[in-house]
Design a protein around this ligand. Structure first.
Ligand code: SAH
Length: 254
């Protein structure tokens, strides 16, 4: 009998940000598949098997999950944040499209999660209160020229820009180049949020201006949000100011 596969978003880290629907899907699984640090966030349940994998092996992990489901297991494949955003859900559909015809008979469900940008935005205030766009800065799966082209277009359209995968040891210079591309369209005073390890014990939220933004402020566990021309700071009694984008927009002279 063919099993089933739930692709489950774990949220950004804090157990409180795991949805009840995700908790239910994890509890109903006979087999959990995922990147080891994400699996470590899921409470142990007797009788449930865990299949930990390397982070870079996304397609192999997708195929492993599908093979287990084909063999009759109830599989939960875990992703951080939302599984549909730069994560495993697309890898599963790619694997099904290229894979065995039998895989099309597997009952697949995608269980949404709180994406890092939602948790990061909430911590900072409301930077995503008006039109925005989301890009992954990783050039593992697309050429850097496409990243730059999209950044230029988004910056030219005065959208708030959310950057996932901003930097890593293997990609040390891309974020600096991205800031320079955006700065061709936007004032140096534009607020930039560096949200590191949101909702995790070592969370750190930094607010800078575009002019002072540097790659060294970000790593693999950081999400970067660059404001539009309307995004502003609102000082509060104690602590860092709120960063928010008003609900209305004006034409910006080009
Ligand atoms: N599916 C995930 C994103 C995976 S891509 C989601 O919806 O959140 C991995 C990137 O997500 C990281 O490089 C980082 O930019 C961001 N990210 C994931 N969790 C984060 C967290 N807790 N705090 C800050 N950024 C995070």
């Amino acid at each position: 009998m063919t099993g089933r596969l739930a692709i489950v978003g774990l949220g950004p880290g804090a157990p409180e940000l795991l949805t009840p629907m995700a908790a239910e899907a994890l509890g109903a699984a006979t087999d959990l598949v995922g990147y080891a640090p994400y699996l470590a966030r899921v409470p142990e349940r007797p009788g449930q098997r865990r299949h930990a994998s390397d982070n870079r092996e996304e397609l192999a992990r997708a195929r492993q999950a599908l093979a287990l489901a084909e063999a009759g297991k109830a599989v939960a494949l875990v992703s951080s944040g939302d599984p549909g955003i730069f994560a495993m859900a697309s890898a599963i559909f790619e694997a099904i499209e290229m894979g065995k015809p039998e895989w099309r008979g597997i009952e697949v469900t995608v269980v949404p999660g709180v994406s890092a940008m939602l948790a990061a935005a909430a911590r900072a205030g409301a930077p995503l209160g008006h039109d925005f766009c989301v890009l992954s800065l990783s050039d593992n799966l697309k050429p850097w020229e496409i990243v730059l082209q999209r950044l230029e277009a988004a910056a030219g359209a005065d959208l708030v820009i959310v950057l996932y995968n901003p930097a890593s040891k293997a990609r040390p210079w891309q974020l600096g180049e991205a800031f320079r591309a955006i700065a061709r369209h936007r004032a140096g005073t534009t607020p930039v949020i560096f949200a590191h390890a949101v909702s995790q014990p070592d969370e750190r939220i930094e607010i800078a201006t575009l002019a002072e933004s540097e790659t060294c402020r970000a790593d693999m566990r950081t999400l970067v949000i660059v404001g539009s021309s309307a995004t502003r700071l609102l000082p509060r009694g104690a602590g860092a100011p709120f960063v928010y984008t008003p609900r209305h927009a004006e034409m910006v002279p080009s």
